[in-house]
Design a protein around this ligand. Sequence first.
Ligand code: SF4
Length: 166
Amino acid sequence: MKKILISACMYGQNVRYDGNHNNIMEQHPALARWHEEGRLVPICPEVVGGLPTPRPAAEMQSHYPILVTTCDGDDVTPEFLHGAELTLELAQQHDACCALMKARSPSCGNDQVYSGNFDGSLVPGSGAAAAELIRAGIPVFNENQLTQLVQFIDEQEHPERTFACL
Ligand code: SF4
């Protein structure tokens, strides 16, 4: 069975910038099942990229070229890029079929990220690690897309069901 990368904070690890977690492991029965089956591979791109916990909040200021700064104005782009590379490496090592990443994070967000104004506003785009995975062809889902993720996994494992519905 294929592995699924998961944001470590959603797996229950206290790796968020404020030292807390975003545990979602009880939000869907499939998560408990995948955990039991040993299929979930947790990673925090910011921590593996070299940032401490807790750490100042950071947001993307620009996607092209990428620029990530903390709320204090420090440039943390190198750590974010390093974390993104290591996230892709881990996904490839485990031959992960997809990733479940935290929505809106400047590392993990898949389709929206905080705007860079530190006021809670959002802009379209992916975080550094999510973008790296997507570029490599690894689909990224967020915690609001669990139904789609379950369907994706089901289609991966039972392609005959997909054809049966056509
Ligand atoms: Fe969670 Fe990703 Fe932020 Fe780490 S970088 S705390 S895994 S959202």
